[in-house]
Every structure is written in structure tokens, then in C-alpha cells.
Design a protein around this ligand. Structure first.
Ligand SMILES: NC(=O)c1ccc[n+]([C@@H]2O[C@H](COP(=O)([O-])OP(=O)(O)OC[C@H]3O[C@@H](n4cnc5c(N)ncnc54)[C@H](O)[C@@H]3O)[C@@H](O)[C@H]2O)c1
Length: 262
């Protein structure tokens, strides 16, 4: 119960990694605000309440400043503080070479993955600074650490998330607030399935094999493996860590050749 009595706000909490982390925070005692534009988050919060946890859903589009201010206000109204913030909502965009990308899709990826993270930081950090304490984890990706042909807008957006993380960590470090990033490799959620389906539609039918062959562990990571890292970075055990990124990627970035010569 590392988060007993603490308040956690999770964006992109209706599905995938955000949902798993919201469950993780709740099951370790936190009051949890699940934020998502998908109303399915309400059901997720209800299920957590049925388990005896304190969870609420707040509908918001993270690209809209007023809606971001409103989810921060909702957490404060409910519990009076925000101790942990998992700034996680993201979209993948389209799989295709840059010269074929649609400008509107590029803009949408940047809006959610960069502006959404920026706005979350902008509105949550003043609360944490006033408290003199708080921990933020932004969801980057292994796509923040190198190129990936076919998803350049997504890769660019995740590089930006690391830039925000590192810069802001330096701005708030003396005031008791830590800002880190988690870099999942391919994880078993809707997003990776979408990338695989888009690749298949372009005639790349072995995308899952290509991904797995590039991962020394030979498998996708699971949402609970990402959650474990997010909760660690938000916990007191990580009190000396800020501005860092932690890969949860089965060794993909450490050994990009995967298991080629094993
Ligand atoms: N799954 C992977 O392989 C993987 C790997 C690395 C990083 N990531 C990152 O992890 C994060 C979560 O992805 P996921 O795999 O859980 O995907 P997902 O699609 O399962 O979940 C994303 C959630 O974000 C929400 N969302 C999207 N746009 C939003 C907006 N504008 N406002 C509010 N909510 C919004 C969606 O409704 C959804 O609930 C993303 O930032 C993604 O880029 C995922």
C-alpha cells in the first residue's frame, strides 16, 4: 500500500497502459482520477469502486487547455491534492512513409502526445509546487530513443516527450517535485495491435514477428510490467530519481539486434 491516502491522476486511463496503472495505484491505496476522452473510463472507475477502491472518472480531451484545467480542478475538489500524475494519453497515428503522411494526422499526433503532455505538466505542476511535493511520469516510448521507419510523426512526438521531461525536471527539482519518463517497448494493448494491422494493410504481414525478433526477450511487455515501473517512479523509493527515462522493453534499446546471433 505504497500510495495509501495519496492522490493519483492518470490520463488515457480508459484503456491499455493508463487503465492498468490506474488499477495499480488504486490497489495500492491511492485515490485515483481516471481521465480520458473515452467514456469507457467511467466503467473502469466503477469497477474499481466495486472492488472497494476510491476512483472517479473525469471526461476530458487532453489537447484542450480548459479541459485539462478542469480535470486538475476535479482532483483538487475531490481530494485536495495531487501527489502522483501519470501523463500518459497518446495516439499512434498512421503507418506510412513521411512523404505519404497526412498533415492532419501529424497535427493530431502532436496535439495529443506533445501538447497533451505539455498541458498536463503546465496545470498539474503548480499544484505539486504549492504542495512542495509530487511525482510525475510522462509516457514516452522506445520510439523516443531512436528512429522507426513508418511512424515518423509518432517518433518525433515521443522524442519531444523526453525533451519536456528533462527540461521540466530541472525546473522543479529544488521544490520537491520529480518528473520522469517511462519508455515502453511494444506492449500488448490496442495501440500495438493498430500498428500491426496498419502494417498488414500495407503488405507487411510479419510485423509481430519483426517486432518480437528485435526484442531480446522475444516478447512484448505486459501492461503490468509498465505499471510496476510507473508506480516505482512515483514512489518514495525513487526519491533520488528525476529527469530520467526507464525503458520497459525486453532489452530492445540495449540490444537493437535482438536475438539475431543467439
Ligand atoms: N502499447 C505500446 O506498445 C506502447 C509502447 C510505447 C509507448 N506507448 C504509449 O503508452 C501510452 C498509452 O498507450 P496504450 O498502448 O495504452 O494505448 P491505448 O490506445 O490502449 O490507450 C490510450 C488511451 O488514451 C486515450 N486518449 C487518446 N487520446 C486522448 C485525448 N486526446 N484525450 C484523452 N484521452 C485520450 C484513449 O481513449 C485511450 O484510453 C501512449 O502514450 C502510447 O504512445 C504505448
Amino acid at each position: 500500500m505504497r500510495f495509501a491516502g495519496r492522490v493519483a491522476v492518470v490520463t488515457g486511463a480508459a484503456h491499455g497502459l493508463g487503465l492498468d496503472a490506474a488499477r495499480g495505484f488504486a490497489r495500492e491505496g491511492a485515490h485515483v482520477l481516471l481521465v480520458d476522452r473515452d467514456p469507457a473510463g467511467a466503467q473502469a472507475a466503477a469497477e474499481l469502486r466495486a472492488e472497494g477502491h476510491d476512483a472517479r472518472f473525469h471526461s476530458a480531451d487532453v489537447t484542450d487547455a480548459a479541459q485539462v484545467a478542469a480535470y486538475v480542478a476535479a482532483a483538487l475538489e475531490a481530494w485536495g491534492a495531487i501527489h502522483c500524475f501519470f501523463n500518459n494519453a497518446g495516439i499512434e497515428g498512421h503507418v506510412r512513409p513521411l512523404v505519404e503522411q497526412e498533415d492532419a494526422v501529424f497535427d493530431a499526433v502532436m496535439a495529443v502526445n506533445v501538447r497533451g503532455v505539455y498541458l498536463g505538466l503546465k496545470h498539474v505542476l503548480p499544484v505539486m509546487l504549492a504542495q512542495g511535493a509530487g511525482a510525475v511520469v510522462n509516457t514516452a516510448s522506445t520510439a523516443a530513443l531512436g528512429g522507426s521507419a513508418g511512424i515518423a510523426p509518432y517518433v518525433a512526438s515521443k522524442h519531444a516527450v523526453l525533451g519536456l521531461t528533462r527540461s521540466v525536471a530541472g525546473e522543479v527539482a529544488r521544490q520537491g517535485v520529480r518528473v520522469n519518463a517511462v519508455c515502453p517497448g511494444p506492449a500488448a494493448t490496442r495501440m500495438i495491435a493498430s500498428l500491426e494491422e496498419q502494417a498488414a494493410a500495407r503488405g507487411i504481414n510479419d510485423a509481430p514477428d519483426r517486432y518480437r525478433n528485435a526484442i531480446p526477450m522475444g516478447r512484448y511487455v505486459t501492461p503490468d510490467e509498465v505499471t510496476a515501473t510507473v508506480l516505482f517512479l512515483c514512489s518514495d523509493a525513487a526519491s533520488g530519481i528525476t529527469g530520467a527515462h526507464l525503458q520497459v522493453d525486453g532489452g530492445r534499446t540495449a540490444c537493437p539486434g535482438g536475438s539475431a546471433l543467439r
